[in-house]
Design a protein around this ligand. Structure first.
Ligand code: ADP
Ligand code: MG
Length: 412
């Protein structure tokens, strides 16, 4: 096992260097709380913390990933392995997406949000974003954040107040549509985007979004397992003027290279389990399955004949035919999945189940589905990240995505 793992790491390091290794697929195993000796119930076992997990049973074979996080690994370790490098690349001008995939209860939200003592990917990314800004005094930055939820194929703005009223009915909110234009690409509108200047402020905005979801009260768990939560942080930056001061920087003093606009998307996906049988649930579930199913299809097809589509042009034309438009999720994630972005997929699973063989077995199929999804993603996404840089002129255009010229807010 060790030999195989070393080879994998060597491969990964070399692809990172030449810029092709833009997809990281990780599996995180949730601790089985309460289980004393659940060895016999395990269907999978983490053999090696870097790269491999073994499936013991019907379908046989081992599954290999970039990271396999064991039950002892905390969120900081998960972040370091699955997201840190991607966040840094976003600061350098690439689009990046981290998403958590797995059945309900396996630790998606735990991994993304974490707790006060064990902060997750989102707060750790925020810390790194501001560290990067401090360490990069020769560039000026503008950050803004949005937070939306996709539920039943409808988009809700979590920064626009509660999304569910006290009566359990949806709160009145302007319908949010996905639009596409050449300057901004695919984007949700109307959607609040808040400009933020400090980690505290950014965390506070996201907490507000979390609260808007939580207002659903007793329905929260059901809803959160069926909805996709999407935090997007837009990072703009450019070289400072010669004086190094933002106030003094005139258009003419702007260094060549223009404004970089990149987006970090942090996505807590709906539970990947199948919808329950009753009718209401099936309606909700069918939407979610549609989004997750389409995500799977897109990932599968992106690459099914990747060897044949050798040139960038071939790839671009193939991407045109992928069913991004079949679901809100894939449409919104289109830039992230069309090879112009860095992607990290964190698949959460639980192996064994608190001393209950029956419970463990009932999860087996779903866990296998998650592992297969992860494998497919690993083999199939061929990403060629490009810097998302606009010309200096474009930044001043009213329709432009870049806001740096219109807002003068210096991040300390
Ligand atoms: P999901 O979002 O996938 O439905 P949660 O993140 O809500 O699952 O996790 C379900 C429960 O398990 C929560 O109480 C969470 O605190 C706990 N949990 C999940 N993963 C871990 C972990 N790695 N370590 C400790 N507790 C965890
Ligand atoms: Mg959750």
């Amino acid at each position: 096992a060790r030999g195989r793992s070393d080879t994998q790491n060597a491969d990964r390091n070399s692809t990172l260097k030449d810029g092709k290794g833009n997809v990281i697929v990780s599996v995180r195993v949730r601790p089985d709380v309460g289980a004393k000796d659940s060895k016999q119930e395990l269907e999978w076992e983490v053999n090696n913390k870097q790269s491999l997990i073994a499936y013991k049973g019907r379908e046989g074979g081992d599954y290999y990933y970039d990271n396999v996080f064991d039950t002892q690994d905390n969120n900081a370790r998960v972040y370091d392995g699955a997201a840190k490098r991607l966040v840094r690349r976003v600061m350098e001008g690439y689009h990046g997406t981290v998403f958590a995939y797995g059945m309900t209860g396996t630790g998606k939200t735990f991994s993304m949000q974490g707790t006060a003592t064990n902060p997750g990917v989102i707060p750790l990314a925020i810390t790194d974003i501001f560290s990067y800004i401090r360490e990069t005094p020769h560039r000026e930055f503008l950050l803004r954040v949005s937070y939306l939820e996709i539920y039943n194929e409808k988009i809700h703005d979590l920064l626009a107040g509660p999304i569910v009223g006290m009566n359990g009915q949806p709160a009145a909110q302007e319908e949010i549509k996905l639009r596409e234009d050449s300057k901004r690409g695919v984007h949700a509108t109307p959607l609040n985007e808040e400009i933020v200047q400090s980690p505290t402020q950014l965390l506070r905005v996201i907490a507000r979004g979390d609260n808007a979801r939580r207002v659903a009260g007793t329905q929260f768990n059901a809803r959160s397992s069926r909805s996709h939560a999407v935090v997007q942080i837009v990072v703009e930056s450019r070289e400072r003027g010669a004086s190094g001061s933002l106030k003094d920087s005139k258009r003419s003093a702007i260094a060549p290279g223009g404004v970089r606009v990149s987006t970090l998307s942090l996505i807590d996906l709906a539970g990947s389990e199948k919808a329950a049988e009753n009718k209401e649930r099936r309606t909700e579930g069918s939407h979610i399955n549609k989004s997750l199913l389409t995500l799977g299809t897109v990932i599968g097809r992106l690459s099914s004949d990747k060897d044949k589509a050798a040139s960038d042009k071939d790839k671009a034309s193939k991407e045109k035919h992928l069913p991004y438009r079949d679901s809100k999720l894939t449409r919104l994630l289109q830039p992230a999945l069309s090879g112009n972005s860095l992607v990290s997929i964190l698949c959460t699973i639980q192996i064994g189940a608190s001393g209950s063989i029956a419970a463990a077995n009932s999860h087996t199929g779903e866990t296998l589905n998650t592992l297969k999804f992860a494998s497919r993603a690993k083999n199939n996404i061929v990403s060629h990240a490009k810097k998302a840089e606009e010309s200096v002129g474009a930044a001043g255009d009213p329709g432009s995505r870049a806001l740096l010229d219109r807002y003068r807010i210096e991040i300390q």
